[in-house]
Design a protein around this ligand. Structure first.
Ligand SMILES: *[C@@H]1O[C@H](CO)[C@@H](O)[C@H](O)[C@H]1NC(C)=O
Ligand SMILES: *[C@@H]1O[C@H](CO)[C@@H](O)[C@H](O)[C@H]1NC(C)=O
Ligand SMILES: *[C@@H]1O[C@H](CO)[C@@H](O)[C@H](O)[C@H]1NC(C)=O
Length: 335
C-alpha cells in the first residue's frame, strides 16, 4: 500500500512530467495544452482503476485528496515516477492518443509467447477489431516473426520470435553492426529457457551478455545517467528500452507434466533472482525499464489464466498502458 508521500509524488510526477513529456514526443503544442487540462481533470476526478486490480482501489480517494496539496513537490527522479506507474492504473490512453504518440515510430517487440501477447494488445489498441482478427491469425502462427505497417500513423511494428536471451543478444548485436535500430524496443525472455534448459545460472549468464550488448548499443552508457556525456557530436538518438517481466506461474494449472515438473515456484524465484543480479533492469542500474507482468498477473490472479502461464488481455494491456505512460515521462528526458 502506498503512503501519502508517495501518492503526492505520483501526483507531482503526473502534473510535472506528463505534459512536458508530450511536448517531447510527436505531439503539437495545442495537444500539450489539451493534455495538461485533461490530466488535471483526471486528478480531480480521481484515478480510474480497473476491476482487475481491486487491491489498489482503497486509495482512490486519498489520491484525489492528496494530489491538490502536493502538486508543487519537486521530483527529480523520473525513474521513481515510472516505477510508481505500476501501483495504479491511470485514465488510459486511447487509440487516438496512441496514433499520435507513436506516429512515425518503429516499434519492435522481441521475445517468447508473452511478447506475442503484448504485441497483440498494442495492435488491438491501434487497429479496429476486424483488422485485429486477421492480424491475430498470422501473429499467432507458432515460432514465426510478424511485421505490419500501420499506414494511418506511419508506424512500423515488428514482432520477433526470440525465445532465448541469446536470440535477443543476436538481435541487439545486429543493430549495433547495421547502426539501424527501432525507436522503441520491448524484450522479454525466460519461460522458454526455464522449460527447455531449466538452469537459472545459465539464464543469468545469458542476461549479462544481453546487458552488455544493449549497453554497447546505447550512445550514452547508463552509468553516466541520461543527461551524461554523449559520444558523437550531433543529437544522438537512443531507443526506448523495456523488459517484459515473466508472468506469475500457477504450477497446478500448467498444461503439461513437463511444465509442472520443471517450472516450479522455486525455479521461477531463481530465474527472477538471476534477472535482478544481471543488473539488466533500470532499477538495478541497467538499461531496460521493467514492465512488471509478474505483479500485474499476480494481481489479476487465477481467474485471468487458463494455463497458469498465459494471461487474459487485461494483463498485457495494463503493461502496455504502463509503457505508454512511461514513454510520455521518458521522452522529456531525451529532449
Ligand atoms: C502523423 O504525422 C504526420 C507528419 O507529421 C502528420 O501529417 C499526420 O497527420 C500524423 N498522423 C496522426 C494520426 O497523428
Ligand atoms: C535462438 O537461439 C537458440 C540457441 O542459441 C538457437 O538454437 C535458435 O535457432 C535461435 N532461434 C532463433 C529464432 O533465432
Ligand atoms: C548450468 O549453466 C551453467 C552456466 O552456463 C553451467 O556451468 C552448468 O554446468 C549448468 N548446469 C547444468 C546442470 O547443466
Amino acid at each position: 500500500m502506498l503512503g501519502a508521500v508517495q501518492l503526492g509524488l505520483l501526483a507531482a510526477c503526473v502534473v510535472l512530467f506528463v505534459p512536458m513529456g508530450m511536448a517531447g514526443w510527436h505531439l503539437s503544442r495545442n495537444k500539450v495544452l489539451f493534455f495538461s487540462g485533461a490530466l488535471f481533470i483526471t486528478l480531480a476526478v480521481g484515478v480510474h482503476l480497473t476491476p482487475y486490480f481491486p487491491s489498489v482501489s482503497d486509495f482512490i480517494t486519498s489520491v484525489s485528496s492528496s494530489s491538490s496539496s502536493n502538486v508543487d513537490v519537486v521530483v527529480d527522479d523520473r525513474d521513481s515516477c515510472v516505477s510508481l506507474l505500476h501501483e495504479i492504473d491511470w485514465e488510459r490512453l486511447k487509440r487516438h492518443d496512441v496514433l499520435e504518440l507513436l506516429n512515425g515510430s518503429w516499434v519492435m517487440v522481441a521475445g517468447d509467447s508473452q511478447a506475442r501477447m503484448f504485441t497483440l494488445s498494442l495492435i488491438s489498441l491501434v487497429l479496429d477489431s476486424e483488422r485485429v482478427e486477421s492480424v491475430r491469425a498470422s501473429l499467432f502462427k507458432r515460432h514465426s516473426d510478424y511485421h505490419i505497417v500501420v499506414d494511418e500513423m506511419g508506424m512500423k511494428l515488428d514482432f520477433i520470435w526470440a525465445p532465448y536471451p541469446s536470440n535477443l543478444t543476436d538481435l541487439v548485436v545486429e543493430f549495433k553492426h547495421s547502426h539501424v535500430y527501432p525507436d522503441l524496443l520491448v524484450m522479454g525472455s525466460g519461460l522458454w529457457h526455464m522449460l527447455h534448459m531449466t538452469n537459472a545460472s545459465d539464464y543469468g549468464v545469458l542476461l549479462r551478455l544481453l546487458r552488455s550488448s544493449v549497453t554497447a548499443l546505447l550512445p550514452v552508457s547508463p552509468q553516466f545517467g541520461m543527461d551524461g556525456p554523449v559520444t558523437g557530436s550531433v543529437s544522438v538518438r537512443s531507443p526506448h528500452l523495456f523488459w517484459l517481466g515473466m508472468p506469475t506461474l500457477i504450477n497446478s494449472m500448467l498444461n503439461t507434466q513437463e511444465k509442472r515438473v520443471k517450472m516450479t515456484n522455486l525455479m521461477r524465484d531463481e530465474y527472477e533472482s538471476e534477472l535482478q543480479k544481471s543488473n539488466i533492469l533500470r532499477q538495478f542500474g541497467g538499461p531496460l525499464q521493467l514492465l512488471d507482468i509478474g505483479s500485474l498477473s499476480w494481481n489479476c490472479g487465477i481467474k485471468c489464466t487458463d494455463d497458469g502461464m498465459h494471461y487474459d488481455g487485461a494483463v498485457y494491456e495494463a503493461g502496455l498502458q504502463i509503457m505508454l505512460n512511461a514513454l510520455l515521462i521518458e521522452s522529456h528526458q531525451k529532449l
